[in-house]
Design a binder for this molecule. Structure first.
Ligand code: KG4
Ligand code: ZN
Length: 352
């Protein structure tokens, strides 16, 4: 391995982690040093396979993971110029996620751990999304260090979670979605507007330059609670499309997409900033696939008085480097798992 001078001080023992991630429809492996430095981060996306279904087809996902997982792991080791014997531990996503997908990564990681004698660490995929904020490419100094206490928003295809973090690995889940996840809402509305899967990037693209106040779509503020709800918004978009189609007018897709996107962004940004204020957070962190959204990134940066950490685009969507980052935090504190470890498809962030 090329030795990188880690300019960021760590108060835990150094370690190199091979990480494996297969919770949904990306097969991924990475080599991460000290939970922060990315030596490789290989992602084999299945998006084009699932596009024909308008969403992730679990059976197809798990078969595809089986086809690609070993070559993805090989590529991750090769790109980092290392072999298994250079590693200190193997981290693997244990949940939450699709059971049939999780099992493929888990079995591959267990096989490698048995063959190499390396310790195994199971990681929570939501924690992993948060830890993407600590990662950086070998040789690139992070612009600003993350400071605790922290208000964090995880927005992905399967989850919307507002989490208060007092310190490393200390989470207080404040709110979640009562119905659709933010990314799920993007995917479902994209389908209503005949846009390609995954819906988030399609909606972002077609919204560029369009009037985002053309439609007054509802915002579910759920005052007095830190929870979220997006199903009413999705239904409002559906009703509008039905109304326009009934009157035989063409669908103003860019304006509808932009107005929908703005309604989601408004709620996510305002509630997170309010929570950060009430909990006296020092910094804000936004992670998960939807944090790749340009409008969301812009609005967080302009509306928040606190520094907002949002990972680089390739670290927002599912990847294994983030599993390596949280795997390091656990391994360095002696929190290894046994070979009996099983996947936990509904694993909440603050448990175990
Ligand atoms: O974190 P992720 O890769 O997988 C899960 O853990 O779910 O998130 C995928 C989700 C999808 O719903 C996708 O539509 C959404 O993230 N997404 C976006 C953007 N890029 C991906 N949503 C809005 N804007 C984007 N640019
Ligand atoms: Zn994810």
């Amino acid at each position: 391995m090329v030795n990188t001078l880690d300019q960021v001080t760590i108060d835990l023992p150094p370690a190199r982690i091979l990480a494996v991630e297969s919770s949904c429809d990306e097969t991924a492996a990475a080599v991460v040093e000290n939970g922060r430095i990315i030596h490789s981060n290989v992602v084999a996306s299945q998006a084009s396979l699932h596009a024909q279904f308008g969403g992730v087809f679990p059976e197809v996902a798990s078969r595809q993971h089986i086809r690609t997982i070993y070559s993805v792991i090989d590529q991750a080791l090769k790109k980092a110029h290392v072999s298994l014997s250079d590693m200190d531990a193997i981290a693997v996503t244990r949940g939450p996620g699709l059971p049939g997908s999780l099992v493929v990564g888990m079995n591959a990681a267990k096989g490698l751990a048995i063959a190499s004698g390396l310790p195994l660490v199971g990681v929570n995929h939501l924690e992993a999304h948060l830890y993407s904020a600590w990662l950086y490419e070998a040789g690139v100094q992070p612009k600003m260090e993350v400071e605790f206490p922290l208000m964090a928003l995880i927005v992905s295809g399967g989850h919307t979670e507002l989490v208060f973090m007092e310190d490393h690995l200390k989470y207080q889940s404040l709110g979640t979605t009562l119905d659709d996840a933010a990314g799920e809402a993007f995917d479902k509305v994209a389908r209503l507007l005949n846009l390609e899967y995954p819906g988030g990037p399609s909606i972002q693209k077609i919204s560029e330059g369009a009037d985002d106040e053309a439609f007054q779509f509802p915002r579910a503020w759920l005052e007095g609670s830190w929870n979220f709800s997006f199903s009413g918004l999705k239904t409002a978009v559906l009703r509008e499309t039905q109304k326009i189609k009934a009157s035989r007018r063409p669908l103003p897709v860019p304006e509808m997409a932009a107005s929908f996107q703005m309604a989601v962004v408004d709620v996510l940004v305002e509630k997170t900033i309010k929570a950060a204020d009430q909990f006296s957070a020092k910094h804000v962190l936004v992670a998960g696939g939807v944090s790749a959204n340009r409008r969301l990134r812009q609005e967080f940066q302009t509306r928040s008085k606190l520094h907002v950490h949002i990972p680089a685009l390739d670290l927002c969507t599912d990847n294994a480097a983030m599993a390596g980052a949280v795997g390091y935090q656990r391994f360095a504190r002696g929190q290894n798992d046994s070979m009996d470890m099983d996947v936990l498809p509904n694993w909440p962030i603050a448990e175990l």
